[in-house]
Design a protein around this ligand. Sequence first.
Ligand SMILES: [Zn+2]
Length: 102
Amino acid sequence: MALHYRKTRDGQWVAYGPAAEVVVGEVEVTKRDCSTKRETIERVGRPFISDGAEMAYGYLRAPACDNCAQPGAKHHRLDSNGVRGQVCDRCRFEPSYTLSFG
Ligand SMILES: [Zn+2]
């Protein structure tokens, strides 16, 4: 069985799967369209039983900001050249002509 994305009650994306496979470090998570994405699990939640199997949530490390390279990117923006990227809370309010994702 593979890990899948789940959204927690407070809107955070986590990796969800059998507790034995939800481990801290690099994992592959399967998306709804069956493609996979490499993610880093930073913290594993307390395992719980679902349909007789022991399952767990793996809390994912936020990707690095495309503008300042600090971790915590979660806002989609376009930079001064129209390149799509993800930025952190701090860079979110920068005007787009100051952003550069290249
Ligand atoms: Zn930033």
